[in-house]
Design a protein around this ligand. Sequence first.
Ligand code: PAF
Length: 280
Amino acid sequence: MIIVNTIKELQTELTSHRQDGKRIGFVPTMGNLHQGHLSLVEVAKRHSDIVVVSLFVNPTQFGPNEDFDSYPRTLDADCDKLKNQGTDIVFAPATDEVYPKWPNITSVHVAKLGKNHCGASRPGHFDGVTTVVSKLFNMVRPDCAVFGEKDFQQISIIRRMVSDLNFPLDIIGAPIVREANGLAMSSRNGYLSTEEKDHASNIYKTLLWAKSEIENGRHDFRQLETEAKQRLTELGFVPDYFNIANQETLALAQEQDSQLVILLAAFMGKVRLIDNIKIK
Ligand code: PAF
């Protein structure tokens, strides 16, 4: 495994692999890697010959009162994990390598899909994501890129951006990886104590409850959302949103919609956790 910090080094390395006819797979991350990220690398390995993983905490996707400064930077531990997982190239650029002219005055905005859910409570977040992902795609020029379905809204937006802007690559979604108790793996779980992690599994249990209500025939989606938020509040969470949405458009689901996804974000203390579950 080689570690590169500049775009030039990255491209020199990748040019020779491309000349050898190798397919390049890409996993963009912000580091602080856990089993969920490593599962993305596994998926990338199945779809490509050379796997590139980026480690970059992207400032433009954090709001002014969010955890950009305190976001864990764990480069050495991340590289050890990636090496064991069979990664070929780690791209760990400094901020001024990605944003040489600061502040960035060009951004990529995907309308509609980024409006609700996390987009409503984190204004500008998805513009930061789509902008950095576009930049990373242009730097790596991969044949395919893998994103986790835990960030369901993020992967939906990226799929649409790739289609609308003709990025020449395939987007592959990888299933959510959960702890044994059901809690979706996330770098932000690192902010929780063992007891808090146990309690946080109630988020997934609430999703499962709502899913079974729908599968048993409930279509009063707005009422169900209210009840689910009440459950979460009684369990000590502060729900940010609990939305039953159309899987394709991400608009709030209507009775006739058949492919659904329940998306939620809830605070446990200061930690904001997100999760989702799909329903056919
Ligand atoms: O999902 C993430 O970790 C980030 O949003 C991403 C895609 C690496 C962009 O910074």
